[in-house]
Design a protein around this ligand. Structure first.
Ligand code: NAP
Length: 185
């Protein structure tokens, strides 16, 4: 069975979105870098991820910016939402809209992922539910050396119990530090 991995880019002061949502500062390493280490991290995740779970706002933004048209992750994306969209997204991948919570999303994702990992791709609300749930095996943060000061913070409004982490990887690349942690149970 694959691992369940929270995988997000984050500023040094804990923001996952700048105040201006069109500002790509947190994702330049992914979209704008030809650097070897960054390419390796991206290639590895494309290879190992068998399903992706995301929240409806992340889905809406992805669709708005045509983010699913040429997406390299050719896997089913499970979208947590109370209401399925009326129009399909412009996309080269299948979407499943899940109305009955993160456990159900994970169960459905496991059914298609086989032995591959399941990525929890955000946004904040979705990540917080998984952080609280005890369902995560790993956290992968791509830490961007910027202090944003405003935007959407991952760890606001989240009542968390202590989570002990063991760092399993550190990759220094231009403009980003890739950190991987195992959740110690
Ligand atoms: N830095 C990164 O790596 C990264 C990655 C992904 C996203 N982001 C950013 O994160 C932001 C979005 O985060 P967010 O916290 O606002 O939203 P989100 O987690 O993407 O989506 C939240 C929405 O998903 C639906 N939802 C969530 N949990 C649900 C549940 N258990 N049952 C049913 N529906 C559920 C609800 O939508 P409805 O009630 O409308 O259906 C909810 O309003 C965006 O700015 C995006 O760019 C950053």
């Amino acid at each position: 069975m694959g691992k369940v991995i929270l995988d997000m880019s984050i500023s040094l002061d804990g923001y996952i979105t700048p105040a201006n949502e069109e500002d790509g500062v947190l994702h330049n390493w992914y979209f704008g870098s030809s650097d070897k280490e960054n390419q390796q991290v991206i290639a590895e995740s494309i290879d190992t991820i068998g399903a992706i779970i995301m929240g409806r706002r992340t889905y809406n933004l992805g669709d708005q910016f045509d983010g699913f048209v040429d997406i390299p992750y050719k896997v089913t994306h499970f979208v947590l939402t109370h209401h399925a969209p009326e129009k399909p997204a412009k996309a080269s991948i299948p979407f499943v809209f899940v109305h009955d919570g993160i456990e159900s999303a994970l169960q459905q994702a496991r059914a298609v992922a086989g032995d591959k990992d399941i990525a929890i791709g955000g946004g904040a609300s979705t990540a917080r539910q998984f952080l609280r749930s005890g369902l995560l095996d790993e956290i992968q943060f791509h830490i961007i050396p910027v202090i944003l000061g405003e935007g959407l913070r991952l760890f606001d409004d989240v009542a968390l119990e202590r989570i002990t982490l063991e760092r399993t990887r550190l990759i220094e690349a231009p403009g980003v530090t890739h950190l991987q942690f195992r959740i110690v149970r």
